[in-house]
Ligand binder design. Structure first.
Ligand SMILES: [Ca+2]
Length: 190
């Protein structure tokens, strides 16, 4: 490869990175992050919310986020978020992601408690919730149905910062079961 071509690729990459801060990156979780089970550009916390390369069916591409509820050993939440910069204050933004569920195998297992989609702005160094929508596990269609359920939340940012967040709360106590699949996220402005 010529030096010119390398320079050209470098310029295109830096343009993509600069543009990237203003919109959702890696929305379909296709790009691998620090490890194969992490999605590039997404921060995560908690246990067992992983980028999956072999789970099916995918909604888009070949990867998704899988929440392994049956492996969760405490009542702490797990989640993902991404910081978006240079949004327009007062303009409405919608954060959307598609979800699918697998019910627990056994009757004595409890499913995840809830999944929240939240939009936050960073105000004086603190995260402020500007929009939130909480879904119950049963609001989401099953893998057996073959359909994905769109989850969405809309809000107007307080300033130029916006953080879309996905928060999954496990069953508080008892034997946990079931899984949650997430794919094909988007941040849309009016
Ligand atoms: Ca995908």
């Amino acid at each position: 490869m010529t030096r010119f071509k390398l320079l050209l690729i470098g310029s295109v990459l830096s343009l993509v990175i600069q543009a990237g801060a203003q919109t959702l990156q890696n929305p379909s979780f296709e790009q691998e992050g620090v490890g194969a089970d992490q999605a590039e550009s997404w921060e995560r916390w908690g246990d067992w919310i992983n980028r999956e390369t072999e789970w099916t069916p995918v909604r888009d591409g070949s990867c998704m986020i899988g929440y392994h509820h049956w492996k969760i050993e405490n009542s702490n939440s797990s989640g993902l978020y991404q910081d978006i910069e240079n949004v327009t204050p007062g303009k409405e933004y919608t954060f959307k992601v598609y979800a699918m569920r697998d019910d627990p195998y056994n009757a004595d297992e409890c499913p995840p408690s809830s999944i929240e989609l939240r939009l936050e702005s960073t105000v004086d160094g603190q995260q402020v919730t500007v929009g939130s929508k909480v879904y119950k596990f049963n609001d989401i269609s099953t893998t057996l149905s073959g359909t994905w359920t769109p989850l969405r939340v809309s809000a107007k940012p307080r300033n130029s910062t916006l953080r879309p967040v996905i928060i999954v709360e496990p069953c508080i106590e008892g034997k946990r079961g079931g899984t949650l699949k997430l794919d094909d996220a988007a941040l849309i402005s009016e």
